[in-house]
Write a protein of this length. Structure first.
Length: 687
């Protein structure tokens, strides 16, 4: 059905071709299944003993009229009869449809053909008797895009929630804390603070797409995080404006005072966020690199100040337990990558992956070995060395053995021997690779051999051998097996220039690189954060405390996420690395204001300075004395009055904004929500 039903246009011949017309050297890949079916039909109702001798439908190798073929790449979940050879039942039959690429094809044409096949079996084919699952790169890409599109309606929900929250808290701040009148301008200001991040997202996406960055479904999360993070600075500026505003201050001077108080701290957080994005974009895989451009995380820091010694000891104890638990948790973080993390629960890819892990991998995990410099295949010594390569891969632990190996030289030597027996010394001038590949029972090897232009010399060829074991369902075991293959490749590299391919190779290399990429990127981002803070805050002790808060947040996020069953994968890696940059936001704001007050007190220690700065409302001024003999208490009081409420707004708004993501049955959405919630764990004790 697949071979004839679905067509692809060939601009060279000006015709629509079916798979059996354009498959080239891979037309006979599924021939073992066809031959097994033909053998079954021939034996049905047959009473001839001679025919039964000539047709042997055994597993793993069957034989029909002296032609042997392996069933290992196609039949899985096999149950044998009591004789241990003939098949009783088969759980899965795998059919491969591969073709040699035509010059007239475009990637879009190939994707369209693959999607037609997938759509037919998913929507139109009657699967009451057998279940058919189609899997290809285009089908996987389509389901990933569908996962991203599923998030789009929730962006509107998050926007409405944020607008409501911002407008409510802004009015409360203006009326309750500063006794301002309720005006519609306050509502417009709050809504505008929520609209601007979306405008920034649209502009940023347009620029990066013009620069050649491709769209990734992971970018659908970016508006949530941009909205959750960007409003923080708006909260700081609105609060500073309300606190400083009075009838005696001109608008221009008011703007300057607001910018002088909030500008440097906002600059620190903005620069460190850009550095965090850059670190993730440079170090991560392609899809996560795109995600890093728009990804963000936010932290809500619960500042705790208590002059009482007993309370201070409790805070120190809790903080110590937190850090100790985080350090212990670092040694229990697991690395994993599975399709469930990228697709919706109803995706056919998840079912296909389950079948693949249950039936295919434990029984037949193929390794495709490419011999890029095979040498002269007429030289007996060279042939012996090539067979040594074959035996080396068949001797690796977990190898199935020669019955799983597809090695064209075995058939070629048998073909050559037949002509040698018939023609004697004249055979060397008659035998050619072209004639061998044209022979009906050997035409199967066309897809395994590549010649040097029109000559008879072989430029390269490939062979396939299989491995099995229930433990291979674990990524760590497949990584071990891949290392064994590469050891053999390195051993024969100088002689034959080998390379090995497996469909899981990309993911295995990705998983093995995650730990090193994570700590290297985390260290680079952490150092950048410290350097940026040092440029804006000249006080060494203040920079150290900011660095400690960032470090505590980092190890906490990496460690405590494992306690929620989350594993380390590229998405978690990117989010966690950027957490280093984002976690500096609130500590930077607090440290900057605390240190700025020290500079101002040092330059103008008179009580007049303290009264001249509108640090609190009139109501609070009646309850507190503006000047305190302990300057640290005053500086802390001024810091809390300056940014305390905006910090609370920032923490609550961040979690409220991403709250809709928890209702999305998608790993990358729930992962972002959980990572942001983990930022609430940091508690600092300051004295």
């Amino acid at each position: 059905m697949v071979s004839s039903r679905f067509l692809m246009y060939d601009s060279n011949t000006k015709t629509d071709q079916s798979f059996k017309e354009f498959c080239g050297g891979f037309c006979l890949v599924n021939e073992p299944v066809r031959q097994f079916y033909n053998g079954m039909r021939a034996l049905q109702g047959n009473t001839s003993a001679e025919l039964e001798k000539r047709i042997s439908l055994t597993y793993p190798t069957s034989e029909i009229f002296s032609t042997k073929f392996s069933l290992l790449p196609h039949f899985f979940g096999v149950e044998l009869n009591e004789d241990g050879e003939t098949l009783k039942s088969v759980g899965l039959i795998a059919l491969l449809f591969r073709a040699e690429k035509h010059p007239s094809w475009t990637p879009e044409m190939v994707k369209e053909w693959e999607l037609k096949v997938g759509h037919f079996f998913a929507k139109e084919y009657n699967q009451t008797k057998i279940q058919v699952n189609a899997l290809s790169p285009a089908i996987v890409e389509r389901d990933i895009v569908r996962s991203g599109e599923y998030l789009q309606p929730f962006i509107l929900v998050g926007f409405v929630i944020m607008c409501t929250f911002c407008a409510t808290t802004t009015i409360i701040s203006s009326v309750v804390m500063f006794h301002h009148r309720i005006t519609f301008n306050k509502v417009i200001l709050a809504v505008t603070a929520c609209i601007v991040p979306f405008l920034a997202c649209g502009t940023a996406f347009g620029v990066i797409f013009l620069l050649g960055v491709t769209f990734s479904p992971l970018l659908c999360i970016t508006p949530f995080l941009a909205l959750a993070i960007s409003v923080d600075d708006a909260f700081l500026m609105i609060h500073a404006w309300n606190r400083i505003e009075s009838d005696d201050i001109q608008i221009l001077l008011l703007k300057l005072q607001v910018l002088s108080e909030t500008g440097p701290a906002i600059a620190i957080s903005a620069i460190t966020n850009v550095l965090a994005f850059g670190s993730g974009a440079i170090s991560s895989p392609p899809e996560i690199r795109i995600f890093c451009i728009g990804n963000a995380a936010c932290i809500f820091l619960d500042m705790c100040y208590q002059p009482d010694a007993r309370i201070s000891l409790i805070v120190i104890f809790v903080w110590t337990v937190y850090v100790a638990g985080a350090i212990v948790g670092l040694f229990h973080v697991k690395i994993d990558l599975s399709p469930q993390k990228l697709f919706l629960p109803d995706s056919n890819i998840i079912e296909a992956d389950r079948i693949h892990n249950t039936y295919v991998i434990p029984f037949y995990t193929p390794a495709t070995v490419v011999v890029n410099n095979p040498g002269n295949i007429s030289d007996p010594d060279n042939i012996r060395e090539l067979f040594a390569v074959k035996r080396a891969f068949e001797s690796i632990p977990d190898a199935i053995g020669p019955e799983s190996t597809k090695f064209f030289l075995s058939d070629y030597i048998a073909y050559e021997a037949t002509f040698t027996d018939e023609l004697g010394d004249e055979s060397s001038s008659v035998i050619s690779i072209d004639d061998f590949l044209k022979w009906p029972e050997y035409s199967y090897w066309k897809g395994f051999v590549k010649k040097e232009n029109e000559s008879q010399d072989i430029a390269r060829f490939m062979f396939i051998t299989g491995y099995h074991g229930a433990h291979l369902v674990l990524w760590s075991e497949r990584a071990r097996l891949l290392r064994s293959w590469r050891e053999q490749v390195d051993h024969f590299a100088k002689r034959f220039n080998l390379s090995v391919f497996t469909e899981d190779g990309f993911y295995i290399d990705l998983l093995e690189s995650i730990p090193s990429i994570t700590w290297q990127s985390a260290l680079a981002t952490f150092i950048s954060v410290v350097v940026v803070c040092s440029l804006f805050i000249s006080h060494a002790a203040t920079v150290v405390f900011v660095a400690m808060s960032v470090f505590a947040t980092c190890i906490g996020v990496f460690s405590y996420m494992s306690m929620f069953g989350m594993t380390l994968d590229p998405m978690v890696m990117a989010i966690s690395i950027m957490c280093i940059g984002f976690s500096v936001d609130i500590p930077a704001h607090v440290s900057f204001h605390f240190h700025a007050d020290f500079i101002c007190l040092k330059e103008n220690p008179s009580q007049h300075y303290l009264h001249s700065r509108p640090i609190i409302s009139k109501t609070f001024s009646q309850e507190f004395t503006l000047y305190c003999s302990n300057q640290y208490i005053f500086r802390l009081l001024h810091t809390l009055c300056s940014i305390g409420f905006p910090v609370i707004q920032a923490g609550l708004s961040t979690n409220i904004c991403v709250l809709p993501l928890i209702f999305v049955p998608l790993y990358m959405a729930q992962n972002c929500h959980l990572n942001i919630c983990l930022r609430l764990l940091i508690v600092h004790e300051t004295k």
